[in-house]
Design a protein around this ligand. Structure first.
Ligand code: TRP
Ligand code: SF4
Length: 328
């Protein structure tokens, strides 16, 4: 019987996963599987808060992401992998928590304020967007986890979750432990254009990219902007290509590249070729597993259904105690 502490985290299905997702969250999730009992889920209802006008892709992304997860090492043997919208209990708990959460807590949420200020191409003036943290709180406390591994941008949501849990307990008696933030180091991964790697900037290298796609994308990467000519010495410290060498090239080789860049012994074209090769090699096991799961879609469906079944059992039992506590 597993006596490991439980953790839970989720991702919105807004597109296939890229290197930023892998290095920022997923690789860490994979590691955490050995230390914790993990619940990982696809937050498809959450994707609606911003993409409600275009839902056509959500289902496809849900499957893509599950394949990305399985290919990078999340496994149903160690983790419960499920889909939010398959567990209707989340909606019930969301409704109840909505009754006890002051609007002021939602309005002062930094993520909310930031997105309202920054995002102009989408209409975010809906109730669901304001209530986003309540749904996230329901997702989390439903499984009574010890902690929630997230990057710093999501930490405020876990803080609100703690406050909501505390308020529920205060009003109705102790049902929910307050989940801890397990802060994940998220290295800043830049895309080809040196902006943060993101699907919406069209600058991402996807886990599903072929070696040819990788090499094309790497060849488009902006390098040290000061290095205009081949004969100019470069500075790897400010070069995005070199950051990837640090991740994917054996240390000894990276050291040589560092030296040769500074003395203009190596040109960016050659340097990029080496990086693309090492990156492709590193992603090869993921690509192979991807190919396997793409050829066996029923297996993916089964894994998803099995995970949902396990999650649902826990959710049902939580909701029984919630209903008993609020006497409805
Ligand atoms: N808000 C998270 C994100 O955008 C996704 C999410 C939804 C989540 N529910 C969660 C993360 C519960 C952790 C726990 O990335
Ligand atoms: Fe960057 Fe490599 Fe060019 Fe140096 S040689 S500037 S590390 S791409």
């Amino acid at each position: 019987m597993s006596r490991k502490k439980r953790i839970l985290s989720g991702m919105r299905p807004t597109g296939p996963l890229h290197l930023g997702n892998l290095l920022g969250a997923l690789a860490n999730w994979v590691k955490l599987q050995d230390e914790y009992e993990c619940f990982y889920f696809i937050a498809d209802w959450h994707a609606l808060t911003s993409d409600y006008e275009n839902t056509a892709l959500i289902e496809r992304y849900r499957k893509e992401i599950m394949i990305d997860w399985l290919s990078t090492g999340l496994t149903p043997e160690k983790s419960t992998l499920f889909v939010q919208s398959e567990i209707k209990e989340h909606a019930e708990l969301y409704l109840i928590l909505g009754m006890i959460t002051p609007v002021s807590w939602l309005e002062r949420n930094p993520t909310y304020k930031e997105q309202i200020a920054q995002i102009s191409n989408k209409d975010l003036s809906n109730f669901g967007f304001l209530g986003y943290p309540i749904l996230q709180a329901a997702d989390i406390i439903m499984y009574k986890p010890y902690g929630v591994p997230v990057g710093v941008d999501q930490a405020p949501h876990v803080e609100i979750t703690r406050e909501i849990a505390r308020r529920f307990n205060y009003l109705y008696g102790d049902v929910f432990p307050e989940p801890k933030v397990i802060l994940t180091e998220t290295p800043k991964i830049l895309g080809m254009d040196r902006r943060k790697m993101s699907k919406s900037y069209d600058n991402a290298i996807f886990l599903s990219d072929t070696p040819e796609q990788i090499s094309t994308k790497v060849s488009q990467m902006i390098t040290d902007p000061q290095r205009a000519r081949r004969s100019d010495p470069g500075n790897p410290d400010v070069c995005n290509v070199f950051d990837f060498h640090k991740w994917y090239t054996p240390a000894a080789e990276a050291k040589e590249i560092d030296r040769d860049c500074r003395s203009a012994q190596i040109g960016c074209v050659e340097c990029k070729k080496k990086m693309a090769l090492n990156l492709s090699k590193a992603l090869e096991p993921i690509r192979e597993k991807r190919a396997y799961y793409e050829a066996h879609p029923h297996q993916v469906d089964e894994i998803m259904a099995d995970g949902c079944g396990r999650a649902r059992k826990t959710a049902r039992s939580t909701m029984e105690s919630v209903r008993a506590a609020i006497k409805i």
